[in-house]
Design a protein around this ligand. Structure first.
Ligand code: 1HN
Length: 375
């Protein structure tokens, strides 16, 4: 049966604007019988004037979610669940289980003595450690200890498993994956490790010790399309932000922002997802801008608010919020004495590599958006 046909007309020169007639409607029905259609009925829909995100801005507050995340420990085991994760469901992206755009995110919890077995998939993942002691992850035989605000990679195709030492405490971390993107590309494979675990084959934290020395490159070879360093620790990252803030004014739009890079190339850490850490000085409010790409922020330190598409969203440590593609946004540190630090996961490497990155500054009202709503 033919679908009821759509006709997206616009009364603008250069855009499709064909009125329906009985003859044309019959013609569209004929075309549909052969799985074809007239472009002018859908052209305005599939070629929007500018990016139109299906995602909506959301703040996921840790005070709302933490107890629910911990409750999952009583309800399911990692063995049964595979991964014990509460995922972040953007109301505009339920169909693809995304937190924003084509990015998936969730909060994973693990108790002392628990393990989640090894598997691998074409989707790439990151972890951002939120709380707890004694967690570790093993990625392709590289064991890494995990501390607060550490940033960890499990790139496309790498075996990975997680655990918390029996002497540790309940641990929670944020997962971020490009699953919706890889599924949209219809390119996702998934494999469970035949032995259930990949033996540790290197000294603990070897990659960070080898590749994580600023300005110094080891003679080691590396030709894979992702970073040879799978863990970026919080302490040197925060120290780098403080040094950068001493030496430069930073960006009017982003404060002092440092991108995590692949130390072998200075490019993004993985081809599909990148990340940054940015510091807002006490009292700082950035100017508004918008750009393509989907962005998932995680407050690593301090508290503040962001104005996204004219609405104010307050956040504090451990809260996560998203900025959909081509949405006006500005950030503010609410404290006059403490700094605020935001971790940000994004698909910026995809935007850049495919030539899709665009950026625009907000120019009215001193660079700040007018508020549409009271907070
Ligand atoms: C995954 O491999 C992990 O390894 C977490 O911790 C969340 C969500 C979807 C698919 C794979 C993990 C995931 C995932």
């Amino acid at each position: 049966m033919a679908r009821p046909h759509e006709n997206h007309r616009e009364d603008v020169a250069g855009r499709a604007n064909v009125e329906d007639t009985p003859e044309l409607l019959a013609y569209y029905d004929e075309l549909a019988r052969f799985d074809a259609g007239a472009l002018w009925t859908v052209a305005n829909k599939i070629e929007p004037w500018q990016p139109k995100s299906q995602s909506v801005p959301v703040v996921w507050r840790y005070k709302d979610l933490r107890d629910h995340v911990l409750r999952s420990v009583e309800l399911v085991t990692p063995e049964k669940a595979g991964r014990r994760v509460i995922y972040l469901a953007n109301p505009g992206r339920h169909d693809v289980s995304a937190a924003v755009g084509w990015l998936y995110a969730g909060l994973q919890v693990m108790n002392p003595g628990e393990k989640a077995g090894a598997h691998r998939h074409s989707a790439s993942a990151i972890r951002f450690i939120m709380e707890g002691e004694g967690a570790y992850t093993v990625v392709d035989g590289h064991k890494m200890t995990l501390g607060r605000n550490d940033f960890v990679l499990t790139p496309n195709g790498t075996w990975h498993e997680h655990a918390v030492d029996p002497s540790g405490t309940p641990c929670i971390w944020q997962d971020g994956l490009d699953i919706p993107f890889v599924n949209a590309m219809e390119a996702n494979f998934y494999e469970v490790h035949p032995q259930g675990t990949e033996p540790v084959a290197f000294p603990v934290d070897d990659m960070t010790k080898t590749w994580g020395n600023p300005g110094l490159r080891p003679s080691a070879d590396w030709s894979k399309p992702y970073s040879p360093m799978f863990k970026y620790e919080w302490a040197p990252t925060y120290e780098a932000l403080l040094k950068y803030a001493e030496a430069s004014e930073g960006s009017a739009f982003d404060g002092h922002l440092l991108e995590y890079v692949n130390p072998a190339t200075n490019g993004p850490v993985m081809p599909t997802m990148g990340a940054s850490m940015q510091r807002l000085a006490p009292g700082q409010q950035t100017r508004a801008h918008r750009h393509t790409g989907s962005y998932l922020y995680h407050c690593a330190k301090g508290a503040g608010f962001s104005i996204i598409d004219g609405k104010r969203y307050d956040w504090s440590e451990r809260d996560i919020f998203c900025v959909p593609s081509w949405t006006w946004h500005e950030h503010a540190n609410a404290s006059a004495t403490e700094d605020a630090v935001l971790f940000c996961l994004s698909d910026l490497p995809v935007m850049r590599a495919l030539g899709l990155y665009r950026e625009q500054a907000f120019t009215d009202t001193n660079g700040h958006q007018p508020l549409k709503d009271k907070p």
